[in-house]
Design a protein around this ligand. Structure first.
Ligand SMILES: *Cc1c(COP(=O)(O)O)cnc(C)c1O
Length: 388
């Protein structure tokens, strides 16, 4: 299930990052400090001249945040990584580092709604045009790419779960010198390592599986040293969406259990998706694991998927009857969640991305948490019975 991931890299998630510096503590300290002082004038001036890399001010560099970045880079098989205050901060800072006014972006359709809104607001003001293509149609992608500056992917997407052959799409863009990036939040590096598939930049909403406990909002981008340096030189310091030391510490703690959590989300998610697919009142289940095979490069599935009820099911009654599943956005934590599509379709945010996100009015999105398959299934079965 985790083939492709080096077991020694996984083991390195568990061991301390001490290297003898912090009294052999098994958990690293939180450097909860805004600044770091200099021992004397020479120390200060050599730092300003760039003769040595050391923390000066936390917005630039903080040791706890750096530990998280190194951990994530290793997990993604990337040379470097950079933490952010949110997934959207990682996405916006990365995109803004690689485009200029008048450039064109090609994006797969059904991307995360706030990424869609970023493209439709700030980037629109910068006269950056975004062309949306179906990432499952490789010929359509190939036709759209010429002349683009950036190819933005998300796979699987997070409502209809379009799953793409990421390696093939990346190579189409690479042949033309187009920078490629992907939102890898759904699969996590446990099930998909896009850098190894030829993608340049991988972003995560670390608020989801990396953190895994619904107690932090954070983001990260991983890529080559050169590309990360480019983000570090502009969007990162000046937009200032810095990951806080405490949030980085929570992520380090969460990531130690990422492999076993992902396996549990996968097992329960697959089983519940299969049972829903066989349920009389369910029209369709959108879960990549139900296809004959997973796309190349995707090694497993997570706990987030959606399904469409047949006509006549009272979705309000279904949602209100659920007990273990809480009504709530976000996902990736220990707890199971439900979002009814008909609610999202009423959202006022502009540009309204619900349709662009592929949401069907009779669809429901589930996040399968860690409560266990049987209690979750009996919750769903009881709620469907109450709603029909
Ligand atoms: C939540 C999410 C984001 C945004 O991340 P934040 O941490 O909330 O800013 C981006 N992409 C996907 C797929 C998400 O689910």
């Amino acid at each position: 299930m985790t083939d492709g991931l080096d077991p020694f890299d996984l083991a390195s998630l568990i061991v301390a990052h001490d290297e003898g510096n912090y009294a052999e503590a098994v958990v690293p300290p939180i450097f909860q400090t805004s600044l770091f002082t200099f021992s004397d004038y020479d120390d200060m001036i050599s730092s300003y001249r760039g003769e040595k890399v050391r923390p000066i001010y936390t917005r630039g560099l903080n040791p706890t945040v750096r530990m998280f970045e190194e951990m994530l880079a290793k997990l993604e098989g990337a040379e470097d990584a950079l933490g952010f205050a949110s997934g959207m901060s990682a996405i916006s800072s990365t995109v803004l580092s690689f485009i200029e006014p008048g450039d064109r972006i090609v994006a797969v359709k059904h991307v995360y709604p706030d990424a869609f809104r970023l493209f439709g607001t700030i980037l629109k003001k910068m006269k950056v045009e975004v062309t949306y293509v179906d990432g499952r149609d490789e010929e359509a992608v190939a036709r759209a790419l010429p002349g683009a500056k950036l190819f933005y992917m998300e796979s699987p997407t997070s409502w209809v779960m379009d799953a793409h052959d990421v390696g093939t799409l990346a190579s189409l863009a690479r042949q033309q010198g187009i920078v490629t990036m992907i939102d890898n939040s759904w699969a996590s590096p446990i099930f998909q390592q896009p850098i190894k598939l030829g993608v340049d930049l991988v972003v995560h909403s670390a608020s989801k599986y990396l953190g895994g406990h619904s107690d932090v909002v954070a983001g990260v981008v991983a890529g080559s040293k050169e590309m990360i340096a480019r983000i570090k030189a502009e969007a990162y310091p000046y937009l200032g969406g810095k990951l806080s030391p405490f949030d980085a510490w929570l992520l380090i703690r969460g990531m130690r259990t990422l492999p076993i959590r992902m396996r549990a989300h996968e097992a329960s998610g697959m089983e519940i998706a299969r049972r829903l697919q066989n349920h009389d009142l369910v029209e369709q289940v959108c879960h990549p694991g139900l296809a004959n095979r997973l796309p190349n490069g995707l090694k497993g599935t997570s706990g987030l998927f959606s399904f469409i009820f047949r006509e006549g099911v009272d979705i309000r009654a279904f949602a209100d009857r659920l007990d273990l599943f809480k009504l709530g956005v976000s996902w990736g934590g220990h707890e199971s969640l439900i979002v009814p599509g008909e609610v999202v379709l009423q959202q006022k945010a502009q540009p309204n991305s619900a349709h662009a996100f592929g949401i069907h009015a009779r669809s429901v999105r589930l996040h399968i948490g860690l409560e266990g398959t049987e209690p979750l299934w009996s919750d769903i079965e009881g709620a469907i019975a109450a709603a029909s």
